[in-house]
Design a protein around this ligand. Structure first.
Ligand code: C2O
Ligand code: CU
Ligand code: CU
Length: 529
């Protein structure tokens, strides 16, 4: 164990002892698969930096029931055809959500969420990003096939008070529902929960649903203390991913949505860690699109739609009865650690809807076959168990490389403590290590495995993939429909087989999209050659 690493752990010894004392773990010999892990501490932790120490505003502190706001659009400054030019500035902005107590957000162009970017297939985009924050930042174009050096990789920080231009051309076939957010090294989680995320839509030239009115629902998570300020993450946040007491829809608390006739809804889960299990009483969702665009045909209606962090869906809502109903997120147990599961139903909005005949085409598009698989990859998520942590403290040595993180200033103690606890292929993120190599244009099959005890949403940069099957307890289930995705959830012990191909050379990231996990090192690097 090198000295710096030792000091890092030395600093956090007190916290670790608190943690371990909770379950009298010291001295237990345990097999991580036998439940002697952090999940076996079946009670809530509170106090100190573990979590729950900040007094929060009550949920009724934010007004509800305003009509759903449309997302502000990012203005195109170009007058040339097929060109989109605009500016995005990251800055501190105060927004008065609670009367008399303005909240300091970090925003793009003063908007929470960031302004919506609407572009067309074939467009050339040039966005000048200016960073006026005191931390480095980047903009990542989540899900889009942009060149790696334009994709806001953590390796390409825009320093405080610096600016750069992100430029890319959107290929035909890339129409879909995307988003953009910070990907600053080690800071992505904090910058995102303070507000740095927005939506992006690529429109198709030949869109079979172009005749439908659209509504957009972007869900984000917010925690406010009693002064209506956004508190830092505590250790439980770094461990499980942050969930605030508010879920906002287009920046509003429980707005009123009105749906008339057949409408196309685009839905973003832009929360750092919260899973949304959407449901509207007396209504069904007909999924027509996913992250990377339309399905081949409208899917069979469902009454619940699980949306993991970073996933997007396009849906048509069908009412069996006219009326006003709550849009809810039903209980979903993602197996958070050291926290008892309390099944709660959240109200996200209200929906006023008429039962009408739907006006939907039966065919939407043909999703091209990627071609024959000629390479295989394996990606495995895992987490450290308590015995390994205690072993490290007793001088067993670090089995992960911290070089990427050691240079970080201003990383909080709880974040440092959780850094190196979540792995991809048994390693914590290292900026200086290439984890895998792919060839441009080569069709690959990736076997994703979750060998941990909690859900983790897998995300791959730069391309879209197709899910071949989910494998649970040896049972293989093909997806309900063919689709293009860049994010897929993995249940504990689940495996997912995907098919994918990269289109340009350079460095790509893949990671868990619980942003706290990404920021503590549950991320790896793919070099495309
Ligand atoms: Cu939205 Cu690297 O992620
Ligand atoms: Cu991404
Ligand atoms: Cu994770």
């Amino acid at each position: 164990m090198n000295r710096r690493t030792f000091l890092r752990w030395g600093l956090t010894t007190g916290a670790l002892l608190t943690l371990s004392a909770c379950n009298k773990l010291l001295g237990q010999s345990s097999d991580p698969m036998q439940g002697h892990d952090m999940h076996s501490m079946g009670h809530d932790m509170s106090g100190g930096m573990m979590g729950g120490s900040t007094a929060l505003l009550p949920v009724n502190a934010l007004p509800t029931g305003a009509p759903l706001a449309t997302l502000a659009l990012l203005k195109n400054l170009s007058t040339e055809p097929n060109t989109f030019k605009a500016n995005l500035t990251a800055k501190e902005t105060s927004v008065e959500l609670v009367k008399g107590k303005p909240t300091a957000f970090w925003t793009y162009n003063d908007q929470v969420p960031g302004p919506q970017i609407v572009v067309n297939e074939g467009d050339t985009v040039a966005i000048t990003f200016r960073n006026t924050l005191s931390q480095p930042s980047t903009i990542h174009w989540h899900g889009l096939p942009v060149p790696p050096e334009q994709d806001g990789n953590p390796h390409d920080p825009v320093a405080p008070n610096a600016e750069r231009v992100y430029t890319f051309t959107l290929p035909i076939g890339s129409a879909g529902t995307y988003w953009y957010h910070t990907h600053a090294h080690g800071y992505a989680a904090e910058q995102a929960f303070r507000g740095l995320a927005g939506s992006l839509i690529v429109k198709a030239k030949d869109d079979p649903l172009a005749h439908l009115p659209e509504q957009h629902l972007l869900f984000s998570d917010l925690r406010l203390d009693t002064d209506a300020q956004i508190p830092v993450n505590d250790m439980m946040d770094w461990m499980n991913g942050r969930e605030g007491q508010f879920v906002l829809c287009n920046g509003q608390h429980q707005p009123k949505i009105t749906i008339t006739g057949t409408q196309r809804l685009r839905i973003w889960n832009a929360c750092s860690a919260r899973y949304l299990n959407l449901s509207v009483p007396n209504c069904e969702f007909i999924v027509v699109g996913t992250d990377g665009g339309l399905l081949e045909a409208p899917a069979q209606p469902v009454t619940e739609l699980l949306i993991a962090p970073a996933e997007r869906f396009e849906v048509i809502v069908r009412a069996k009865q006219s009326g006003t109903f709550p849009l809810q997120s039903l209980p979903y147990n993602r197996q958070k650690m050291m926290t008892a599961f309390t099944p709660e139903t959240l109200t996200l909005a209200s929906v006023t809807i008429q039962a009408t005949e739907l006006n939907l085409p039966t065919r939407l598009r043909t999703i091209a076959n990627m071609g024959e698989v000629t390479a295989q990859k394996k990606v495995t998520f895992s987490e450290m168990n308590m015995n390994q942590i205690m072993g490290q403290m007793q001088g067993g040595g670090m089995n992960h490389n911290m070089s990427g993180m050691e240079s970080m200033n201003g990383m909080s103690q709880p974040q440092m403590m959780m850094t190196g606890m979540f792995y991809i292929n048994e390693k914590s993120f290292d900026m200086n290590r290439i984890d895998m190599t792919s060839k441009v244009g080569e069709v690959e099959e990736w076997l994703l495995s979750n060998n941990s005890h909690m859900d983790h949403p897998f995300h791959l940069h730069g391309t879209q993939f197709e899910i071949i099957e989910h494998i649970n307890n040896g049972i293989k289930t093909p997806p309900a429909y063919r689709s293009r995705k860049d994010t897929v959830n993995l249940r504990p012990n689940e495996q997912v087989r995907i098919k994918t191909v990269q289109h340009s050379k350079g460095l790509r990231m893949f990671h868990c999209h619980i942003l706290e996990h990404e920021s503590v090192g549950m991320m790896a690097q793919l070099m495309v050659v």
